[in-house]
Design a protein around this ligand. Structure first.
Ligand SMILES: Cc1ncc(COP(=O)(O)O)c(C=O)c1O
Length: 414
Protein backbone atom coordinates (compact mmCIF):
# COMPACT_ATOMS: atom_id res chain seq x y z
CA UNK A 1 0.00 0.00 0.00
CA UNK A 2 1.38 3.50 -0.80
CA UNK A 3 -0.01 7.03 -0.24
CA UNK A 4 0.49 10.52 -1.66
CA UNK A 5 -0.83 14.01 -0.84
CA UNK A 6 -2.31 16.54 -3.25
CA UNK A 7 -4.68 19.54 -2.98
CA UNK A 8 -7.79 17.45 -2.56
CA UNK A 9 -6.41 15.30 0.25
CA UNK A 10 -4.66 11.90 0.28
CA UNK A 11 -4.84 9.12 -2.27
CA UNK A 12 -4.09 5.59 -1.22
CA UNK A 13 -3.02 2.94 -3.73
CA UNK A 14 -3.83 -0.60 -2.68
CA UNK A 15 -2.74 -3.77 -4.40
CA UNK A 16 -3.27 -7.18 -2.91
CA UNK A 17 -1.37 -10.12 -4.34
CA UNK A 18 -2.87 -11.19 -7.66
CA UNK A 19 -5.58 -8.52 -7.72
CA UNK A 20 -6.12 -5.28 -9.62
CA UNK A 21 -4.67 -2.18 -7.97
CA UNK A 22 -7.16 0.34 -6.66
CA UNK A 23 -6.69 4.02 -5.84
CA UNK A 24 -9.05 5.69 -3.38
CA UNK A 25 -9.23 9.33 -2.34
CA UNK A 26 -9.57 9.79 1.40
CA UNK A 27 -9.71 12.74 3.76
CA UNK A 28 -6.68 13.23 6.01
CA UNK A 29 -6.86 11.16 9.18
CA UNK A 30 -9.17 8.59 7.59
CA UNK A 31 -8.84 4.88 8.33
CA UNK A 32 -9.09 2.68 5.21
CA UNK A 33 -10.50 -0.79 5.61
CA UNK A 34 -9.43 -3.38 3.00
CA UNK A 35 -11.25 -6.69 2.85
CA UNK A 36 -10.44 -9.47 0.40
CA UNK A 37 -13.34 -11.20 -1.33
CA UNK A 38 -12.40 -14.79 -2.14
CA UNK A 39 -13.02 -15.45 -5.80
CA UNK A 40 -13.74 -11.78 -6.40
CA UNK A 41 -11.92 -9.67 -8.92
CA UNK A 42 -10.57 -7.25 -6.36
CA UNK A 43 -10.46 -6.21 -2.76
CA UNK A 44 -13.26 -4.14 -1.29
CA UNK A 45 -11.92 -0.79 -0.13
CA UNK A 46 -14.01 1.16 2.34
CA UNK A 47 -12.74 4.52 3.57
CA UNK A 48 -14.06 4.92 7.11
CA UNK A 49 -15.18 8.35 8.26
CA UNK A 50 -12.54 10.13 10.34
CA UNK A 51 -13.27 10.87 13.95
CA UNK A 52 -13.76 8.85 17.07
CA UNK A 53 -14.36 5.12 16.72
CA UNK A 54 -18.04 4.13 17.03
CA UNK A 55 -19.16 2.66 20.33
CA UNK A 56 -19.11 -1.16 20.44
CA UNK A 57 -22.46 -2.87 19.81
CA UNK A 58 -24.63 -3.32 22.90
CA UNK A 59 -24.05 -6.47 24.90
CA UNK A 60 -27.26 -8.52 25.04
CA UNK A 61 -27.60 -11.60 27.15
CA UNK A 62 -23.85 -11.58 27.77
CA UNK A 63 -23.19 -11.80 24.03
CA UNK A 64 -22.28 -9.42 21.25
CA UNK A 65 -23.25 -9.79 17.55
CA UNK A 66 -20.27 -11.26 15.68
CA UNK A 67 -18.30 -9.51 12.94
CA UNK A 68 -17.85 -5.94 11.74
CA UNK A 69 -20.78 -3.72 10.81
CA UNK A 70 -21.66 -4.19 7.08
CA UNK A 71 -21.54 -1.05 4.87
CA UNK A 72 -24.87 0.71 4.18
CA UNK A 73 -26.85 0.36 0.92
CA UNK A 74 -25.67 2.05 -2.28
CA UNK A 75 -28.01 3.98 -4.55
CA UNK A 76 -27.85 3.14 -8.27
CA UNK A 77 -29.70 4.32 -11.37
CA UNK A 78 -33.43 3.55 -11.52
CA UNK A 79 -34.83 0.40 -13.10
CA UNK A 80 -38.05 1.32 -14.92
CA UNK A 81 -40.14 -1.58 -16.25
CA UNK A 82 -43.46 -1.94 -18.03
CA UNK A 83 -43.77 -5.72 -17.46
CA UNK A 84 -42.85 -7.57 -14.24
CA UNK A 85 -40.69 -10.11 -16.11
CA UNK A 86 -38.40 -7.31 -17.33
CA UNK A 87 -36.77 -7.02 -13.91
CA UNK A 88 -34.41 -9.53 -12.35
CA UNK A 89 -31.38 -9.45 -10.06
CA UNK A 90 -28.19 -10.79 -11.61
CA UNK A 91 -25.50 -9.66 -9.21
CA UNK A 92 -26.67 -10.37 -5.65
CA UNK A 93 -24.63 -12.95 -3.72
CA UNK A 94 -24.60 -13.80 0.00
CA UNK A 95 -21.24 -14.51 1.60
CA UNK A 96 -21.86 -17.73 3.55
CA UNK A 97 -18.37 -17.91 5.08
CA UNK A 98 -19.53 -16.89 8.56
CA UNK A 99 -22.21 -19.59 8.45
CA UNK A 100 -20.54 -22.61 6.87
CA UNK A 101 -16.81 -21.93 7.37
CA UNK A 102 -16.16 -22.47 3.64
CA UNK A 103 -15.63 -19.87 0.87
CA UNK A 104 -19.19 -20.50 -0.31
CA UNK A 105 -21.25 -17.72 -1.89
CA UNK A 106 -24.93 -17.97 -2.69
CA UNK A 107 -26.52 -16.33 -5.74
CA UNK A 108 -29.90 -14.93 -4.73
CA UNK A 109 -32.53 -15.76 -7.35
CA UNK A 110 -35.69 -14.85 -5.45
CA UNK A 111 -35.48 -11.06 -5.72
CA UNK A 112 -37.88 -10.49 -8.61
CA UNK A 113 -41.65 -10.00 -8.98
CA UNK A 114 -42.31 -13.76 -9.16
CA UNK A 115 -40.15 -14.36 -6.10
CA UNK A 116 -38.09 -17.23 -7.53
CA UNK A 117 -35.55 -18.55 -10.01
CA UNK A 118 -38.44 -19.86 -12.10
CA UNK A 119 -39.18 -16.41 -13.50
CA UNK A 120 -36.32 -17.02 -15.93
CA UNK A 121 -37.78 -20.29 -17.25
CA UNK A 122 -41.35 -18.90 -17.38
CA UNK A 123 -40.43 -15.73 -19.28
CA UNK A 124 -38.15 -17.63 -21.69
CA UNK A 125 -40.70 -20.41 -22.43
CA UNK A 126 -43.57 -17.95 -23.06
CA UNK A 127 -41.36 -15.80 -25.29
CA UNK A 128 -40.18 -18.85 -27.25
CA UNK A 129 -43.79 -20.03 -27.73
CA UNK A 130 -44.80 -16.56 -28.93
CA UNK A 131 -41.91 -16.40 -31.38
CA UNK A 132 -42.80 -19.90 -32.66
CA UNK A 133 -46.42 -18.75 -33.21
CA UNK A 134 -47.83 -21.29 -30.73
CA UNK A 135 -49.74 -18.73 -28.65
CA UNK A 136 -52.70 -16.60 -29.71
CA UNK A 137 -55.06 -14.38 -27.66
CA UNK A 138 -57.43 -17.27 -26.81
CA UNK A 139 -54.68 -19.75 -25.87
CA UNK A 140 -54.73 -21.40 -22.45
CA UNK A 141 -51.26 -22.06 -21.13
CA UNK A 142 -51.13 -25.26 -19.03
CA UNK A 143 -48.21 -26.51 -16.96
CA UNK A 144 -47.31 -28.91 -14.16
CA UNK A 145 -45.48 -27.19 -11.31
CA UNK A 146 -44.65 -27.76 -7.66
CA UNK A 147 -45.38 -24.06 -7.18
CA UNK A 148 -42.72 -21.58 -8.20
CA UNK A 149 -42.99 -22.04 -11.97
CA UNK A 150 -46.77 -21.87 -11.51
CA UNK A 151 -46.50 -18.47 -9.80
CA UNK A 152 -44.09 -17.17 -12.43
CA UNK A 153 -46.27 -18.40 -15.32
CA UNK A 154 -49.41 -17.01 -13.64
CA UNK A 155 -47.68 -13.62 -13.44
CA UNK A 156 -46.33 -13.65 -17.01
CA UNK A 157 -49.68 -14.96 -18.37
CA UNK A 158 -51.55 -12.15 -16.56
CA UNK A 159 -49.16 -9.62 -18.08
CA UNK A 160 -49.34 -11.08 -21.61
CA UNK A 161 -53.12 -11.68 -21.51
CA UNK A 162 -53.28 -15.52 -21.57
CA UNK A 163 -55.40 -17.85 -19.44
CA UNK A 164 -53.28 -20.20 -17.32
CA UNK A 165 -54.03 -23.52 -15.62
CA UNK A 166 -51.47 -24.91 -13.17
CA UNK A 167 -51.54 -28.60 -12.26
CA UNK A 168 -49.84 -29.09 -8.91
CA UNK A 169 -50.02 -31.49 -5.96
CA UNK A 170 -50.66 -31.24 -2.24
CA UNK A 171 -46.97 -30.49 -1.47
CA UNK A 172 -47.53 -27.04 -2.98
CA UNK A 173 -47.65 -24.38 -0.24
CA UNK A 174 -51.16 -22.95 0.34
CA UNK A 175 -49.78 -19.42 -0.03
CA UNK A 176 -48.22 -20.28 -3.41
CA UNK A 177 -51.59 -21.63 -4.56
CA UNK A 178 -53.34 -18.41 -3.49
CA UNK A 179 -50.72 -16.32 -5.26
CA UNK A 180 -51.44 -18.09 -8.55
CA UNK A 181 -55.18 -17.59 -8.07
CA UNK A 182 -54.62 -13.91 -7.32
CA UNK A 183 -52.98 -13.57 -10.75
CA UNK A 184 -56.16 -15.08 -12.24
CA UNK A 185 -54.83 -18.63 -12.75
CA UNK A 186 -56.83 -21.83 -12.26
CA UNK A 187 -55.07 -24.30 -9.94
CA UNK A 188 -55.75 -28.05 -10.08
CA UNK A 189 -54.36 -29.86 -7.01
CA UNK A 190 -53.67 -33.60 -7.39
CA UNK A 191 -53.56 -35.54 -4.13
CA UNK A 192 -53.78 -39.18 -5.31
CA UNK A 193 -50.46 -40.54 -6.61
CA UNK A 194 -50.35 -42.69 -9.75
CA UNK A 195 -49.70 -46.32 -8.59
CA UNK A 196 -46.40 -46.51 -10.55
CA UNK A 197 -45.32 -42.96 -11.34
CA UNK A 198 -46.38 -41.23 -8.11
CA UNK A 199 -47.73 -37.69 -7.75
CA UNK A 200 -45.75 -36.35 -10.72
CA UNK A 201 -47.14 -39.12 -12.93
CA UNK A 202 -50.67 -38.32 -11.75
CA UNK A 203 -50.10 -34.60 -12.46
CA UNK A 204 -48.86 -35.31 -16.00
CA UNK A 205 -51.80 -37.67 -16.66
CA UNK A 206 -54.23 -34.92 -15.62
CA UNK A 207 -52.39 -32.44 -17.84
CA UNK A 208 -52.62 -34.71 -20.88
CA UNK A 209 -56.36 -35.09 -20.26
CA UNK A 210 -56.73 -31.29 -20.20
CA UNK A 211 -54.84 -31.01 -23.49
CA UNK A 212 -56.94 -33.77 -25.11
CA UNK A 213 -60.18 -32.07 -24.05
CA UNK A 214 -59.34 -28.52 -25.18
CA UNK A 215 -57.51 -27.67 -28.44
CA UNK A 216 -56.73 -24.13 -27.16
CA UNK A 217 -54.38 -25.47 -24.49
CA UNK A 218 -50.62 -25.03 -24.93
CA UNK A 219 -48.42 -27.17 -22.65
CA UNK A 220 -45.07 -25.43 -22.29
CA UNK A 221 -43.56 -28.62 -20.77
CA UNK A 222 -40.80 -27.31 -18.52
CA UNK A 223 -39.33 -30.83 -18.29
CA UNK A 224 -38.35 -30.90 -21.97
CA UNK A 225 -38.55 -27.30 -23.17
CA UNK A 226 -35.02 -26.15 -24.19
CA UNK A 227 -35.90 -22.57 -23.22
CA UNK A 228 -35.87 -23.66 -19.53
CA UNK A 229 -32.15 -24.50 -19.46
CA UNK A 230 -31.51 -21.90 -22.18
CA UNK A 231 -32.48 -19.08 -19.82
CA UNK A 232 -29.75 -20.13 -17.37
CA UNK A 233 -27.18 -20.66 -20.12
CA UNK A 234 -27.87 -17.11 -21.32
CA UNK A 235 -28.01 -15.29 -17.97
CA UNK A 236 -27.27 -17.22 -14.73
CA UNK A 237 -24.00 -18.89 -15.68
CA UNK A 238 -22.30 -15.83 -17.24
CA UNK A 239 -23.38 -13.71 -14.24
CA UNK A 240 -21.71 -16.19 -11.84
CA UNK A 241 -18.54 -16.42 -13.93
CA UNK A 242 -18.32 -12.62 -14.16
CA UNK A 243 -18.68 -12.18 -10.39
CA UNK A 244 -16.28 -15.03 -9.49
CA UNK A 245 -13.48 -15.31 -12.04
CA UNK A 246 -11.55 -17.64 -9.70
CA UNK A 247 -14.52 -19.99 -9.18
CA UNK A 248 -13.59 -23.65 -8.65
CA UNK A 249 -16.87 -25.39 -7.76
CA UNK A 250 -20.48 -24.64 -8.70
CA UNK A 251 -23.30 -26.40 -6.81
CA UNK A 252 -26.74 -26.48 -8.45
CA UNK A 253 -29.94 -28.00 -7.08
CA UNK A 254 -31.79 -30.37 -9.43
CA UNK A 255 -35.54 -30.26 -10.01
CA UNK A 256 -36.41 -30.34 -13.70
CA UNK A 257 -32.61 -29.80 -14.06
CA UNK A 258 -33.20 -26.69 -16.16
CA UNK A 259 -31.01 -24.59 -13.84
CA UNK A 260 -28.43 -27.37 -13.58
CA UNK A 261 -28.20 -28.08 -17.30
CA UNK A 262 -28.10 -24.42 -18.40
CA UNK A 263 -25.25 -23.68 -15.99
CA UNK A 264 -23.39 -26.95 -16.56
CA UNK A 265 -23.49 -26.56 -20.34
CA UNK A 266 -22.13 -22.99 -20.16
CA UNK A 267 -19.34 -23.86 -17.71
CA UNK A 268 -18.27 -26.98 -19.65
CA UNK A 269 -18.06 -24.83 -22.77
CA UNK A 270 -16.39 -21.68 -21.40
CA UNK A 271 -14.85 -22.63 -18.03
CA UNK A 272 -14.23 -26.41 -18.09
CA UNK A 273 -11.92 -26.05 -15.06
CA UNK A 274 -14.99 -25.39 -12.84
CA UNK A 275 -16.44 -28.53 -11.25
CA UNK A 276 -20.23 -28.72 -11.47
CA UNK A 277 -21.85 -30.61 -8.60
CA UNK A 278 -25.57 -31.43 -8.62
CA UNK A 279 -27.49 -31.34 -5.34
CA UNK A 280 -30.55 -33.55 -5.01
CA UNK A 281 -32.80 -34.55 -2.14
CA UNK A 282 -32.98 -38.07 -0.69
CA UNK A 283 -36.06 -39.83 -2.02
CA UNK A 284 -35.66 -38.32 -5.51
CA UNK A 285 -34.96 -40.78 -8.34
CA UNK A 286 -33.31 -38.23 -10.68
CA UNK A 287 -29.80 -39.72 -10.27
CA UNK A 288 -30.88 -43.32 -9.76
CA UNK A 289 -31.56 -43.43 -6.01
CA UNK A 290 -34.57 -45.21 -4.49
CA UNK A 291 -37.89 -43.33 -4.33
CA UNK A 292 -39.09 -42.22 -0.88
CA UNK A 293 -41.59 -39.63 0.38
CA UNK A 294 -40.45 -36.00 0.12
CA UNK A 295 -42.25 -33.00 1.57
CA UNK A 296 -40.32 -29.91 0.46
CA UNK A 297 -41.12 -28.61 -3.04
CA UNK A 298 -38.53 -27.53 -5.60
CA UNK A 299 -35.84 -30.19 -5.77
CA UNK A 300 -36.08 -33.87 -6.67
CA UNK A 301 -38.18 -35.77 -9.19
CA UNK A 302 -40.17 -38.98 -9.22
CA UNK A 303 -38.80 -39.81 -12.69
CA UNK A 304 -35.49 -39.35 -14.53
CA UNK A 305 -35.52 -35.71 -15.69
CA UNK A 306 -35.77 -35.77 -19.51
CA UNK A 307 -33.45 -32.73 -19.74
CA UNK A 308 -30.67 -34.31 -17.64
CA UNK A 309 -27.34 -34.95 -19.40
CA UNK A 310 -25.36 -36.77 -16.71
CA UNK A 311 -22.08 -36.30 -18.64
CA UNK A 312 -22.13 -32.56 -17.81
CA UNK A 313 -22.23 -33.20 -14.04
CA UNK A 314 -19.00 -33.98 -12.15
CA UNK A 315 -20.55 -35.19 -8.90
CA UNK A 316 -23.91 -35.59 -7.14
CA UNK A 317 -24.76 -34.99 -3.48
CA UNK A 318 -27.94 -36.42 -1.95
CA UNK A 319 -29.24 -34.47 1.06
CA UNK A 320 -31.84 -35.71 3.58
CA UNK A 321 -34.71 -33.28 4.18
CA UNK A 322 -33.89 -33.14 7.92
CA UNK A 323 -30.54 -31.51 6.98
CA UNK A 324 -32.48 -29.05 4.84
CA UNK A 325 -34.50 -28.01 7.89
CA UNK A 326 -31.39 -27.53 10.03
CA UNK A 327 -29.60 -25.41 7.43
CA UNK A 328 -32.70 -23.28 6.82
CA UNK A 329 -32.81 -22.55 10.52
CA UNK A 330 -29.09 -21.77 10.69
CA UNK A 331 -29.48 -19.29 7.83
CA UNK A 332 -32.56 -17.74 9.46
CA UNK A 333 -30.62 -17.29 12.71
CA UNK A 334 -28.26 -15.08 10.69
CA UNK A 335 -31.17 -13.10 9.22
CA UNK A 336 -31.37 -14.87 5.84
CA UNK A 337 -34.82 -16.39 5.39
CA UNK A 338 -34.57 -18.61 2.30
CA UNK A 339 -36.83 -21.28 0.84
CA UNK A 340 -36.43 -24.97 1.62
CA UNK A 341 -34.32 -25.85 -1.42
CA UNK A 342 -31.71 -23.25 -0.41
CA UNK A 343 -31.25 -25.16 2.85
CA UNK A 344 -30.74 -28.32 0.80
CA UNK A 345 -28.14 -26.87 -1.59
CA UNK A 346 -26.20 -25.03 1.13
CA UNK A 347 -26.13 -28.12 3.37
CA UNK A 348 -25.06 -30.32 0.43
CA UNK A 349 -22.42 -27.84 -0.78
CA UNK A 350 -20.94 -27.29 2.71
CA UNK A 351 -20.70 -31.06 3.28
CA UNK A 352 -19.07 -31.65 -0.13
CA UNK A 353 -16.56 -28.82 0.39
CA UNK A 354 -15.67 -30.09 3.87
CA UNK A 355 -14.89 -33.52 2.36
CA UNK A 356 -13.22 -32.54 -0.93
CA UNK A 357 -11.87 -28.97 -0.82
CA UNK A 358 -9.78 -26.42 1.08
CA UNK A 359 -11.61 -23.94 3.34
CA UNK A 360 -10.75 -21.16 0.84
CA UNK A 361 -11.85 -23.01 -2.33
CA UNK A 362 -14.07 -20.44 -4.10
CA UNK A 363 -17.51 -21.96 -4.56
CA UNK A 364 -20.97 -20.71 -5.52
CA UNK A 365 -24.46 -22.09 -5.15
CA UNK A 366 -27.92 -20.68 -5.89
CA UNK A 367 -30.78 -19.73 -3.56
CA UNK A 368 -33.86 -20.39 -5.72
CA UNK A 369 -36.40 -18.49 -3.57
CA UNK A 370 -37.07 -16.62 -0.34
CA UNK A 371 -38.52 -18.07 2.87
CA UNK A 372 -41.85 -16.27 3.39
CA UNK A 373 -43.77 -18.90 1.39
CA UNK A 374 -42.49 -21.56 3.80
CA UNK A 375 -43.61 -20.03 7.10
CA UNK A 376 -46.35 -22.65 7.44
CA UNK A 377 -44.11 -25.56 6.43
CA UNK A 378 -40.30 -25.55 6.74
CA UNK A 379 -40.38 -22.85 9.43
CA UNK A 380 -43.42 -24.21 11.34
CA UNK A 381 -42.64 -26.57 14.28
CA UNK A 382 -46.03 -28.33 13.99
CA UNK A 383 -45.52 -29.10 10.28
CA UNK A 384 -41.97 -30.35 10.93
CA UNK A 385 -43.20 -32.59 13.74
CA UNK A 386 -46.01 -33.97 11.55
CA UNK A 387 -43.62 -34.93 8.71
CA UNK A 388 -40.32 -35.71 10.44
CA UNK A 389 -41.29 -36.58 14.04
CA UNK A 390 -38.57 -35.81 16.58
CA UNK A 391 -36.02 -35.27 13.77
CA UNK A 392 -38.02 -32.15 12.89
CA UNK A 393 -37.61 -30.59 16.37
CA UNK A 394 -35.34 -27.61 15.84
CA UNK A 395 -36.84 -24.81 17.88
CA UNK A 396 -34.79 -23.36 20.63
CA UNK A 397 -34.77 -19.86 22.03
CA UNK A 398 -33.33 -17.44 19.49
CA UNK A 399 -29.89 -16.44 20.66
CA UNK A 400 -27.05 -14.50 19.21
CA UNK A 401 -23.78 -16.22 18.34
CA UNK A 402 -20.76 -15.67 20.59
CA UNK A 403 -18.71 -12.59 19.76
CA UNK A 404 -16.19 -13.63 17.11
CA UNK A 405 -17.69 -17.09 16.68
CA UNK A 406 -18.15 -17.88 13.00
CA UNK A 407 -21.09 -20.25 13.23
CA UNK A 408 -23.80 -20.76 15.83
CA UNK A 409 -23.70 -24.32 17.17
CA UNK A 410 -25.89 -26.58 15.02
CA UNK A 411 -29.02 -27.77 16.81
CA UNK A 412 -27.78 -31.34 16.63
CA UNK A 413 -29.16 -32.66 19.89
CA UNK A 414 -32.79 -32.13 18.87
C1 LIG B 1 -37.69 -23.67 -4.82
C2 LIG B 1 -37.09 -24.33 -6.02
N1 LIG B 1 -35.84 -24.73 -5.95
C3 LIG B 1 -35.25 -25.37 -6.98
C4 LIG B 1 -35.93 -25.61 -8.14
C5 LIG B 1 -35.25 -26.42 -9.23
O1 LIG B 1 -35.09 -25.76 -10.40
P1 LIG B 1 -35.03 -26.57 -11.77
O2 LIG B 1 -36.41 -26.99 -12.10
O3 LIG B 1 -34.48 -25.60 -12.74
O4 LIG B 1 -34.15 -27.76 -11.60
C6 LIG B 1 -37.23 -25.21 -8.23
C7 LIG B 1 -38.00 -25.51 -9.41
O5 LIG B 1 -39.20 -25.38 -9.44
C8 LIG B 1 -37.83 -24.56 -7.14
O6 LIG B 1 -39.10 -24.17 -7.18
Amino acid sequence: MSDSNDDSGTTVRIQLHGLDAQTVAVAPGTTVQVSYVAGGKAALVTPDAPGPRPAPPPVRDGRRPAGPRPPGPTVGSPNIVSAPQQFNTHDLFVDLRPIVDQALFCKVEGMNFAGSVKLKAAAAMVEAAEIAGQLNPWSIIVESSSGNLGVALAMVSANRGYRFICVTDDRCNPQTRRLMETYGAEVHVISTPHPETGLLGARLEHLRELCDRNPDTVWLNQYENPANAGAHYATTAPAIARAFPALEVLFVGAGTTGTLMGNARWFKQYRPDVRVVAIDVEGSVSFGGPAAPRHIPGLGMGMTPPALDRSLVDDVVMVPETETLRMCQRLAMRGFLFGGSTGTVVAGAAGWLARHARPDTPAVTLAPDQGERYLDTVYAPAWREEHYGTAGHLSRPHRLPDAGAAVPPPPSEE
